[in-house]
Write a protein that binds this ligand. Structure first.
Ligand code: ZN
Length: 245
């Protein structure tokens, strides 16, 4: 391999670093992603960035446009509704199967995950800790699902919607919203342990839908603020034709 080709480990590290920046909305939806700028930021070669962005485009986090390069996948009402609907369908399938198949070990893991989430929720300054605990709680709910392919699709959709959850927190990180989220998790736990599939499904649909509704409101608000701005009022896009696909 020539010196221009990034080493496997460096490429991998860059991929995960850029991915995290996208999921956390540090790189905001719709932002242009310039390889040389990101290369300087992460201390790697532009080719490492290009490779990471290409991989991320296959995950739906980045959009590659001929002649315009890469852009953080924008959040549009259509894409939001699309991915939310897909996640709801897959999530409830996994949840129902998990509740039917789960045994004592599954219950123990779920109770432990809920306990950690409750404990971490008190320290919302620790965003990464809460995000990790939240992800593990949702994973524990569906962990006894007996179809690994469904679980893999679910994981992918959960990660894709992480950006929406972040946007939702940015938009409505109020005490009321946090309390509602905590209450949702407790109700989901209760329904899961009671093996009440119908109730758990209804709660899950509502839980996922709440985030979607909040982000939709944000998109509409951003649109009302300015046609040139999308979810980043302090950072207007330079390109005048900032329409989203
Ligand atoms: Zn949740």
């Amino acid at each position: 391999m020539s010196g221009d080709v990034p080493s496997a480990s460096k490429t991998e590290q860059t991929f995960w670093a850029v991915r995290e920046a996208l999921l956390s909305c540090e790189l905001r939806p719709g932002d242009r992603l310039k390889c040389n700028v990101l290369a300087a930021r992460y201390g790697v070669s532009p080719s490492a960035i290009r490779e990471a962005l290409s991989r991320l485009s296959s995950e739906g986090l980045v959009v590659a446009t001929p002649q315009r390069g890469f852009r953080a996948a924008p959040i549009s009402p259509d894409s939001l509704l699309d991915v939310t609907e897909a996640r709801m369908e897959i999530e409830v399938l996994c949840l129902a199967r998990s509740l039917r198949c789960g045994g004592l070990q599954w219950e123990s893991r779920l109770i432990a995950a809920a306990h950690v989430l409750r404990g971490t929720g008190r320290h919302l300054g620790d965003k990464y800790g809460w995000r990790d605990a939240h992800s593990k709680f949702h994973e524990a709910l569906v962990a006894a699902c007996d179809n690994e392919t469904l679980l893999q699709i679910r994981r992918n959709l959960f990660e894709q919607t992480e950006r929406y959850r972040r946007m939702s927190v940015l938009g409505h990180g109020s005490d009321g919203r946090i309390k509602k989220t905590d209450a949702d998790h407790q109700l989901l736990l209760n329904a899961a342990l009671a093996r009440d599939v119908d109730k758990a499904i209804t709660l899950m649909r509502d839980h996922i839908g709440a985030t979607s509704r909040t982000v939709l409101q944000m998109i509409e608000q951003a649109k009302a603020d300015s046609d040139e701005r999308v979810l980043s009022p302090s950072r207007p896009l330079k390109r005048s034709a900032a329409r989203r696909p």
